[in-house]
Design a protein around this ligand. Structure first.
Ligand SMILES: CC(C)(COP(=O)(O)OP(=O)(O)OC[C@H]1O[C@@H](n2cnc3c(N)ncnc32)[C@H](O)[C@@H]1OP(=O)(O)O)[C@@H](O)C(=O)NCCC(=O)NCCS
Length: 210
């Protein structure tokens, strides 16, 4: 999607930035991991295919993605942005006749960052962005039956289990965005700041060169 190509979302411990070409190489390294392939139900891609995928996430009107950065590291002097990457979060509009239905995916690729509350922080931020900027009214998450952590996280975020597909060994969880959900999301992401990404990068350069 073009809509977020110059947007950064600042959280308490993370910064969400548009998925750019300079992120592809690290992303590609992550996806060589059989564990991540299995947990995210992904096929390994060549580096060339990964670049094509990055372009498609940018161009296609039905896909919105952000790279998750370690906010504290990002503001440290001498650290390249690629070194701050810890995962990604996506919204995928699955129904061409209903742009208010979104499938949500998240990956904290760096294992040392898991289990510290970042998954919840990022998912809430992405949901808030999806509701306010993309007009999402229903979120779905399709998760491998064995992925207890992910299922646990979405349930903790008030998603309800709606179906289980034994063939694909996958559970579908959903959340309809009603007024109560909107209010809760707004309260839970009150810290979130939406910024111009280019400007945020300029400010960062100034900050770290002081
Ligand atoms: C799934 C994932 C996004 C969760 O993010 P995280 O930062 O590790 O999770 P958090 O620390 O925010 O914890 C979220 C919640 O998960 C649940 N959870 C954590 N470990 C759990 C476990 N072993 N069993 C069940 N639920 C668990 C808890 O409800 C927890 O919230 P709580 O600590 O307030 O109780 C992350 O672990 C990840 O990306 N894993 C690898 C890729 C993946 O599986 N992606 C999802 C594909 S569908």
């Amino acid at each position: 999607m073009k809509i977020n190509e110059n947007i950064s979302l600042e959280g308490q411990r993370v910064l969400l930035v548009p998925y750019n070409e300079n992120h592809v190489s690290r992303y590609h390294e992550w996806m060589k991991s059989p564990e991540l392939q299995q947990l995210t139900a992904s096929e390994p891609l060549t580096l060339e295919q990964e670049h094509a995928m990055q372009r498609s996430w940018r161009e296609d009107h039905d896909k919105c993605t952000f790279i998750i950065l370690d906010k504290q590291l990002w503001t440290a002097p001498g650290v390249e942005e690629e070194q701050c990457m810890l995962g990604d979060v996506n919204i995928f509009l699955t129904d061409p006749t209903d742009p208010s239905l979104a499938e949500l995916e998240i990956m904290i690729a760096e294992a040392s960052y898991r289990g510290r509350g970042l998954g919840k922080e990022v998912t809430r931020m992405m949901m808030s962005y999806g509701v306010t900027r993309l007009g999402i009214k229903k979120f779905q998450a399709k998760i491998g039956l064995d992925n207890e952590v992910s299922v646990g996280m979405f349930k903790k975020l008030h998603f309800q289990e709606v179906s289980v597909c034994k063939v694909f060994k996958e559970v579908t969880l959903e959340m309809t965005v009603d007024e109560a959900v909107r209010t809760r999301l707004r309260d839970e992401t009150a810290f979130m700041k939406e910024r111009d990404y280019t400007q945020a990068c300029r400010d960062r350069q100034e900050l770290v060169s002081q």
